[in-house]
Design a protein around this ligand. Structure first.
Ligand SMILES: [Zn+2]
Length: 503
């Protein structure tokens, strides 16, 4: 069954209040109400083929089993639930399912830490330094690196490993510096502040590995490979190319143009090697801790790069923790620059990744819409903003829902209470993504699809929900409409194969 790639026109017929009687309510009216409400849910308007209905019946049975099990996995912290989710039949099905596009992933957290430690840190000329605040830095160099303010003593990893008695334990300890994953998340991360501190530290620790030029190529390729293996066909990657530059072994620094060209080359090579992968683009990002003048310069630069690399650069975003960072309104002068200059720079703002209702941070949602954002990253607070919700829906500004990120970063613990349950029940434009997969110990989108489908959607969700969410990721991508149509055709083929092989 072919689904339209354009925004679906949803019409609802409101039932007259005829069923209000003094006696027992008419059961047929009750059935009709239930059906009407279900039709508003994400995917509620999708007509399933006979084959799809068969799979949906099976899926429904599995969902009932998971919901009546002793432990409901989306209610448990993901770090504890992960091994149990891996055993779930629904999860296994989701792994096989074509999921369309990943529209919200950050470049510094794209590839699993397992690969970073077991592959990248074993490469020659890799130096390590243990910092005073119990973190690490890495640097590739063809000579002993000079001490710097955060690193007094660099050791060649090859030499250090030769002295270490238990290399497995050592590698595990390195992984701990690069991820939030732990067996005791509640004990280790008692508050949002603590978990965010570790989050920022892990980003900095990984930077020296990822920004080494030869690693960066392999890193992008590996990132696409992990998504492809999870049946994702297209990526829009947030990348702060403006923050960290890429370096060679002899210390030569490359600029952002070099990084963009490298990304483009890797994507071209990957799609040539994997013709069923559609491609990838970059959303340039800048940190919200920076000053207006720095953000203004980044916007200016993004305008140029968007003009020079229209196929690669999708747009611009402001990233970092909203609660402690500066608001979008604070940057209004910088963000107005494209309009002032009469040029286009699409925005894809993080907004509403907060539970601080009524604060300036909470207004980021409205401000993102005022600046014509194309999508809303997280939009956790959106359900509490009726006007912003209406605008987002009417303008087809999709919310990028990243359930595991919201749980790990302590906005919500039991995913049944995630505000996106409201959005999903209303069929609000939504896409599912993974935000920072390597930091959260996920790969691909299957884990986040599982949490959204089972935890947030519950028994109201069905195969139509999953299909709608996957199609949404193409529908609300930054691709030009002709490319969206091509991607949609590619997706439909994958979907039909999935349905045929699952029965
Ligand atoms: Zn994000």
């Amino acid at each position: 069954m072919v689904m339209s790639i354009s925004q679906p026109v949803v019409t609802f017929v409101l039932l007259p209040w005829l069923w209000v009687t003094n006696g027992m309510p008419d059961p047929t009216w009750r059935d009709m109400l239930i059906r009407q409400e279900a039709s508003r849910h994400t995917g509620g308007q999708v007509t399933l083929t006979t084959a799809e209905q068969k799979l949906d019946t099976y899926l429904h049975r599995l969902m009932e089993q998971e919901m009546s099990a002793a432990q409901f996995l989306p209610a448990i912290h993901f770090f504890k639930a992960k091994p149990l989710i891996q055993k779930s039949s629904i999860f296994k099905l989701l792994q096989k399912m074509p999921k369309g596009a990943a529209l919200h992933i950050h470049s510094s957290s794209l590839v699993s830490v397992d690969w970073l430690v077991k592959n990248v840190t074993y490469r020659p000329h890799c130096y390590i330094c243990f910092t005073w605040d119990n973190s690490v830095r890495f640097l590739f160099s063809d000579r002993q690196p000079f001490p710097r303010w955060d690193c007094f003593y660099w050791q060649l990893l090859e030499t250090l490993r030769a002295r270490i008695q238990d290399p497995i334990e050592f590698d595990n300890s390195l992984m701990q510096h690069l991820t939030l994953f732990t067996e005791d998340p509640d004990g280790e991360y008692p508050s949002q502040d603590v978990v965010w501190e570790k989050f920022e530290k892990a980003f900095i620790a990984a930077a020296g590995l990822i920004t080494h030029a030869p690693v960066l190529r392999d890193y992008f390729y590996k990132g696409l490979e992990e998504l492809h293996q999870d049946n994702v066909m297209y990526l829009e990657l947030r990348s702060g190319l403006s923050r960290v530059c890429t370096y060679e072994l002899d210390g030569t620094i490359h600029d952002k143009v070099w990084s963009l060209k490298t990304f483009q080359e890797v994507v071209n090579k990957f799609t040539a090697d994997h013709p069923d992968f559609f491609g990838a683009r970059i959303i340039l990002s800048v940190h919200r801790a920076l000053s207006v003048s720095v953000v203004k310069a980044a916007v200016k630069e993004a305008i140029e790069l968007h003009k020079d690399f229209p196929d690669v650069v999708a747009g611009f975003d402001v990233v970092g923790r909203e609660d402690t960072g500066r608001s979008l309104w604070y940057f209004r002068e910088a963000l107005s620059l494209p309009a002032d200059l009469g040029v286009a720079l699409p925005y894809f703002f993080h907004a509403g990744e907060t539970d601080k209702e009524g604060t300036d941070v909470d207004q980021n949602i409205l401000d993102a819409l005022l600046f014509n954002t194309r999508r809303i990253g997280h939009g956790y607070a959106l359900a509490h903003h009726p006007l912003a919700k209406d605008i987002s829906r009417n303008r087809s500004v999709a919310v990028e829902l990243c359930p595991i990120s919201n749980q790990v970063l302590k906005l919500v613990s039991d995913l049944r209470n995630h505000p996106a349950a409201v959005l999903m029940s209303e069929g609000h434009p939504l896409v599912i993504s993974s935000d920072d997969p390597s930091l959260f110990g996920t790969t691909g989108l299957s884990y986040d699809f599982y949490q959204a489908f089972v935890g947030i959607g519950g028994l109201k969700s069905n195969l139509g929900t999953l299909k709608e969410l996957a199609v949404n990721s193409i529908r609300y991508s930054s691709l030009a409409s002709s490319l969206k149509n091509t991607a949609q055709v590619m997706f439909e083929k994958k979907w039909d194969i999935f349905i045929a092989t699952c029965l």
